[in-house]
Design a protein around this ligand. Sequence first.
Ligand SMILES: C[S@@+](CC[C@H](N)C(=O)[O-])C[C@H]1O[C@@H](n2cnc3c(N)ncnc32)[C@H](O)[C@@H]1O
Length: 226
Amino acid sequence: MKLVPATESLAHYLSDHATALDHALLPGEALALEDLRRETLGIVGSEMQIAREQGSFMYLIAKLTGARRALELGCFTGYSAISIAAALPSNGLLVTIDKDEENIAIARRYFQRTGQSGKITTKVGNALDELGKLFEEHGPESFDLAFIDADKGPMLDYFEHCMKLLRVGGLILADNTLWNGDVTNRSSQDKCTIAIRQFNEAVAQDPRVEATLVNVADGIMMLRKK
Ligand SMILES: C[S@@+](CC[C@H](N)C(=O)[O-])C[C@H]1O[C@@H](n2cnc3c(N)ncnc32)[C@H](O)[C@@H]1O
């Protein structure tokens, strides 16, 4: 088995060669995306923004699966939302949820500047509440793709809601599922690490999905609904 150890120079190399998302946008929109990364660096919690290569990866996944209607839990300042929305057709829909109004306000500015605002609906509120409302509004099996990137404690609850909202063949991407490598470090027993371990164990054994955990950025659990 060959494993490439993560190094600082490899992190830059990965980022430099992840161009799919930039090339999907017009030049001015791609510059706006870089502005978003810069602006986010200046705010509290900037490390929560997904890596550039993860954005490109998710863009390609959304494109390859032909997703038209997508759902995101955890918008923050909008980088992952733009990555997904850019892959949707012009009449596609991304519903993104975040409890923080200030983050959503930043995200909305960049949805405009990257030409994605027509496809994105933002919901400010608690993810579990908003998921319930989405089910009422859109009904079962009404989405093709879901990205789970909010708080880690309720990840299995988020998974169950997404399973109801996704069509058969739809895809769930769950972020931070390697949790900085702590998932295999038995001395890490904090609430988030335990919740992520429980999530990974449960979905990997769940007969309703096909699961694989990929080593992109902080780890993405990919789940195809059977
Ligand atoms: C890791 S960040 C998301 C990063 C984002 N996907 C990106 O690419 O920039 C997590 C976000 O989830 C939001 N969040 C945390 N718990 C939440 C909850 N229970 N309901 C709604 N949003 C929540 C936080 O406000 C934060 O903006």
